[in-house]
Write a protein that binds this ligand. Structure first.
Ligand SMILES: [Fe+2]
Length: 216
């Protein structure tokens, strides 16, 4: 009997992460949006909020209105990244999205999980990360723990990592290049199961003051 290769959903369930290849051209609208945000010339329909990240040299630029979140949603649903919504609990939705910007050196940080609350089981939340542009050392990659081992995921343009809210991970220590930044796109994906929505929403709200309305 031949053994079928593991699907991405099975890999996510068993290993708490999976990788999704996609066509990098789908990042173009987000690259334009990021440039406009940096230049301070976003259209008035767009809005971001800069929240402190895991270190003073890291900033999370969250989409703070439905129009801005829709740009991140289109990148997801218009590409092979759409599979992420069926991988997380069979039928999930995008709750929040941001650019994760590192500018300057960052030290090795502690491991953490994105949804550590006991009310939130594994399999119902996901964080998906992909680089907006290619980057090289001294910018760091992603460390994660699996089965007591420390492993490394290397970011590549056209490849995203989707990991469960219970996966232990941390950004690697990184150097910096004068005048440059490392930018990741981050999508927060979660189940619509009402048993977990309140606790999940609380985690998202702790990271941004004014999350886009889920009903908008
Ligand atoms: Fe994290």
């Amino acid at each position: 009997m031949t053994t079928l290769p593991m699907t991405r959903a099975q890999h996510f369930q068993e290993h708490l992460f999976t990788e999704l290849p996609f066509r990098a051209r789908h990042l173009s609208p987000l690259r334009r949006l990021y440039r406009q945000m940096l230049a301070g010339c976003l259209g008035e329909q767009f809005s971001f909020h800069a929240s402190p990240g895991l270190h003073p040299n890291m900033t999370w630029h969250y989409a703070t209105n439905p129009h801005t979140l829709a740009a991140f949603q289109r990148c997801l649903t218009g590409s092979d990244l759409s599979e992420s919504l069926s991988i997380v609990d069979g039928d999930a939705r995008l709750l929040a999205a941001c650019f994760v910007v590192v500018r300057g050196d960052t030290p090795a940080l502690d491991y953490h999980v994105d949804y550590g609350q006991v009310e939130i089981p594994s399999g119902v939340t996901g964080t998906m990360l992909t680089p907006l542009h290619a980057f090289n050392p001294p910018y760091g990659q992603l460390d994660y723990c699996e089965g007591g081992r420390e492993l490394e995921y290397r970011y590549r343009v056209g490849d995203a990592i989707l990991f469960d809210g219970k996966l232990q991970h941390r950004p690697q220590a990184a150097g910096s290049i004068e005048g440059e930044a490392r930018v990741l796109v981050s999508w927060s994906i979660a189940t619509e199961d009402p048993r977990y929505c309140f606790a999940i929403r609380r985690v998202i709200e702790s990271q941004m003051p004014d999350p886009p309305s889920p009903d908008a």
